[in-house]
Design a protein around this ligand. Structure first.
Ligand code: ZN
Ligand code: ZN
Length: 360
């Protein structure tokens, strides 16, 4: 079965399970996943054998080129959603209420026929996207490899001490683009010393001192797919302090312990608990304030979510980050993040840069 046919078949099974007669697909990445269309203005109706792809005149040529065989391409006017709703057959027609605004929903309801029942089904297609096929995994792997090469070239090679956080981030992003990334997956984080205690630190115009911890969180987007990786390095020129080394080893222990447990069937909350237990046992539980990880694919943050209270369990084909951290305010921060494919034979780690503490 071709990739688009296999995805359409999975969607059809999900619609049957949700007792739906059709689905309006409006999320940009959902549309891309289902049809191959990379433009910004497109939407689909999937109802039994009927598969419509609607876009406006600007994208018709692109759509003819990209949209899979199973879809009939329809030129829509200004009211793309309204036309989508008007094309819906009778019955229960789902829509993603995490994507459709209240205003857009009003328009859908106005244009849908009287025999159409619009049903909010949440991120149904995004749920299917959580399980990647082989072609997606290879794209994510390629993005991760590109990001690793850029990191070696722009961060580790030249060394950290004496450069500003912003310069390191810029050089890293530039190296990713030069290596062929279509974009960065998200704005890079480079955070040295006490600044590293902010999990989402924005790079500053401040020079990195010798002998301090520097957290770098970065990713590339290649062929639509994202990578996500974090390494905490020690800047060169002076030995790293004992406490920083100790916290690093603790986070590394938590990361490796959790990574070893990545397998189909483990609970998303249970896996988070594995890493958390290691950090709690060392008395730093309060300093690991975020979840263990998240899915990565067309979006850099997607399901499944790994964290306290997260629902569900991992399945083969999920691609998830494992990223515990310990943040000591005013002092330092350490986060180590790997990207792994969930598989029966054990996780395949896509982020190949070593996790042992490296001075650069
Ligand atoms: Zn990250
Ligand atoms: Zn992440």
């Amino acid at each position: 079965m071709s990739v688009p046919a296999a995805r359409a078949a999975r969607l059809a099974a999900a619609l049957a399970e949700a007792d739906l007669d059709g689905l309006l697909v409006t999320g940009r990445l959902d549309v891309r996943w289902l049809t191959g269309f990379t433009g910004t203005n497109g939407a689909c109706l999937v109802a039994g054998d009927r598969r419509l792809f609607l876009t406006d005149f600007r994208y018709l040529e692109q759509a003819a080129d990209q949209v899979g065989d199973g879809f009939e391409i329809v030129r829509a006017g200004r009211d793309l959603l309204g036309e989508l709703a008007a094309a819906a057959p009778s019955g229960r027609i789902g829509f993603d209420d995490t994507e459709v605004t209240v205003r857009a929903h009003r328009r859908l309801a106005e244009k849908a026929g009287a025999t159409v029942e619009l049903v909010a089904v949440g991120p149904l297609v995004a749920g299917l996207r959580e399980v990647k096929d082989a072609s997606e995994i290879e794209r994510i792997a390629a993005a991760a490899e590109l990001a690793t090469t850029a990191f070696e070239e722009a961060v580790v090679g030249p060394g950290l001490a004496g450069r500003t956080e912003r310069a390191v981030a810029f050089d890293l992003e530039h190296a990713m683009r030069r290596a062929g990334a279509e974009d960065v997956a998200f704005p890079s984080i480079v955070a040295a010393g006490a600044h590293g205690a902010l999990p989402h630190a924005v790079p500053r115009d401040v020079e990195i001192a010798p002998g301090e911890l520097v957290t770098v969180d970065w990713g590339a987007r290649l062929d639509g797919y994202c990578s996500d990786c974090t390494r905490t390095l020690a800047s060169g020129g002076r030995p790293l302090g004992e406490r920083a080394r100790e916290i690093y080893e603790l986070v590394l222990d938590a990361e490796r312990t959790a990574l070893a447990e990545v397998a189909p069937g483990i609970g998303c909350a249970a896996l988070d608990g594995v890493a958390r237990a290691v950090i709690e046992a060392a008395g730093h539980g309060e300093r690991f304030g975020h979840g263990l990880g998240h899915g990565v694919g067309l979006d850099v943050h997607e399901g499944p979510r790994l964290g306290k209270g997260a629902d569900g369990e991992l399945a083969a084909g999920n691609v998830v980050t494992i990223e515990p951290g310990v943040y000591l305010p005013g002092e330092l921060g350490v986060r180590i993040e790997d990207l792994a494919v969930v598989a029966d034979a054990g996780p395949r780690v896509l982020t190949s840069f070593p996790t042992d503490l490296i001075q650069a």
